[in-house]
Design a binder for this molecule. Sequence first.
Ligand code: GLU
Length: 431
Amino acid sequence: MTNPIAMPHVLPSYLKADQLGPWGVYLQQVDRVTPYLGELAKWVETLKRPKRVLIVDVPIHMDDGSVAHFEGYRVQHNTSRGPGKGGVRFHQDVTLSEVMALSAWMSIKNAAVNVPYGGAKGGIRVDPKQLSRGELERMTRRYTSEIGIIIGPSKDIPAPDVNTNEQIMAWMMDTYSMNEGATATGVVTGKPVGLGGSLGRRDATGRGVFTVGVEAARHIGMDVSQARLAVQGFGNVGGVAARLFAEAGARVVAVQDHGGSIYQEAGLDVPTLLAHVARHGSVAGFEGAEVIVNDAFWDVDCDILIPAALEQQINESNAKRIKARMIIEGANGPTTPQADDILHERNVLVLPDVIANAGGVTVSYFEWVQDFSSFFWTEDEINARLVKIMREAFAGVWQVASDNKVSLRTATFIVACKRILHARDLRGLYP
Ligand code: GLU
């Protein structure tokens, strides 16, 4: 079960951006925004290097008595505006390049919604479905202990991401607290509500996706109650966004997840589909929908497409076929730069990940604040504050996009990079 280190060198000068995987995608995005940074461009190199990269060995006892080694990462991309913040993902395809890119997108995202955090991300290269519950717990605890030297409530605060959840956050919080000798609820967010978690956190990313989707639809004169949706990924992000759009009257006509792709022209029954996925783990076998081949998902006639799964799903080959007028990126990094250009030329409006899925970390921020003050808010208060932050951030990005005639992605990067580099400039260099 040992995996080779996917990218042992952080920034090998001989590799070009397009050979660097997701980190290369991020570097291209920074290059695009540099001409808009004015005087602050002198600090742009800061954004092209992660502040700190930790690669850890995670050995555990397996149930059969053997010892397995997993490779774990925690990357702190930037801490100019506050502690590192970002999720931890467990996935068999996790690489250092991916975790580096995800940590950088967290820096951009946190600055875009103006929460006082830098950016960080972690991951373990593992297929958690192959582990028993005991193995999963031991791996999570050993990983937490290994990265314990750089995380902490005021240093770097992990949270859930792909294949990690409230239970895993509870184990992380407990492990860190045991090592510290004091309960430190603020070391992770996305915890169970009974353990310092926040109401509304579970739905927050999907609610943010819905909120910016409604705002953007208003700008382009699209009636959400009449819209047809296609959603890729039906977990914590795609499932919640689909539910909220359906409640607003939209028809969810297609859903794709790791189990396959389904289609229903009249609109899928979203609550029943959510119950099916909760019971069976995927959309496969859902009655009352037509099964389509996975590639046909990209040809589905729809108004809004929500990629809410993994990176680089929308690429040069399928970007030309997408029928939607609007794409809301629930996932991190679902669109390649080449696909971005094709969509821009075809006048498809892309609401980029770094603003569209920022609802999750926004409520993580609320959770962290509640943990520090040991005073907890109602769900209505949380949702109202979330919607306010998302609307205001999106309005600001929209304005910058129209002033500069750039895409919403470039506009979000302009807003965020200026905030980060302004803080960098004010702090100055030590020593
Ligand atoms: N993993 C989520 C994201 O990519 C949430 C991170 C957090 O709450 O810190 O935005």
